[in-house]
Design a protein. Structure first.
Length: 194
């Protein structure tokens, strides 16, 4: 599912910035983001809502808010999400209240979301800074995705099917950062955050 809808630009009345990081499954976003958060005290990560089941070791309220399809739909109907998208058979969304309140409270906010959601954010809040993390090569991405051993072969294939669309969508991003090493990627994104 991929669509763009024209929304009114949101006025957050804030000088703080909204950063959006996207990248294909397996590209290493999680590790890079963990490092960024420990380097930047003023950067707050938005915890997404998802209908996906938790993986081993994932915790409600830490990695995601894991909710039922019904609860997710209610939140969509109540216009509670700044953006939401379906990815690989599950729904993921960013709570509007968290992002807008954090910006108003003087914090930079970081979203780790898919490219469909990132483009929705750019429509609503053009001042948002979109960063796409790309792998050094497609083969390397496949190797990393298989190497993390968190998904079934079927789930891996589904995620790989989406890589072409993600690359297409990345054209609309402000920055493309190659994750050749975590250190390099963190340095480049830290420079963008400032
Ligand atoms: P995963 O299931 O591997 O945790 O995430 C799958 C994809 O969903 C990743 O590309 C991740 O960035 C994206 N994602 C996570 N949270 C959100 C969200 O709130 N909104 C959107 N649009 N995508 C999200």
């Amino acid at each position: 599912m991929f669509f763009l809808v024209k929304f009114n630009t949101m006025d957050t009345k804030s000088t703080k910035k909204l950063f959006v990081i996207s990248g294909s499954s397996g590209v290493g976003k999680g590790t890079v983001i963990k490092q960024l958060l420990s380097n930047h005290d003023d950067l707050k990560l938005s915890i997404s809502y998802t209908t996906r089941s938790p993986r081993n070791g994932e915790e409600h309220g830490i990695n995601y808010f894991f909710v039922s399809k019904e609860d997710f739909k209610t939140a969509v109907d109540n216009n509670e999400f700044l953006e939401w998208a379906e990815f690989s058979g599950n729904c993921y969304g960013t709570k509007k209240s968290f992002v807008l309140n954090s910006l108003k409270n003087g914090e930079h906010v970081l979203l780790e979301i898919d490219t469909q959601g990132a483009l929705q954010i750019k429509e609503k809040m053009p001042e948002a800074i979109l960063i796409f993390i790309a792998p050094p090569s497609y083969d390397e991405l496949v190797a990393r995705l298989r190497g993390r051993k968190t998904e079934s072969e079927e789930a891996i294939q589904k995620r790989l099917d989406f890589v072409k669309t993600e690359k297409e969508n990345s054209k609309y991003f402000d920055y493309i950062v190659i994750n050749d090493t975590v250190e390099n990627a963190v340095k480049k994104i830290s420079d963008i955050i400032g």
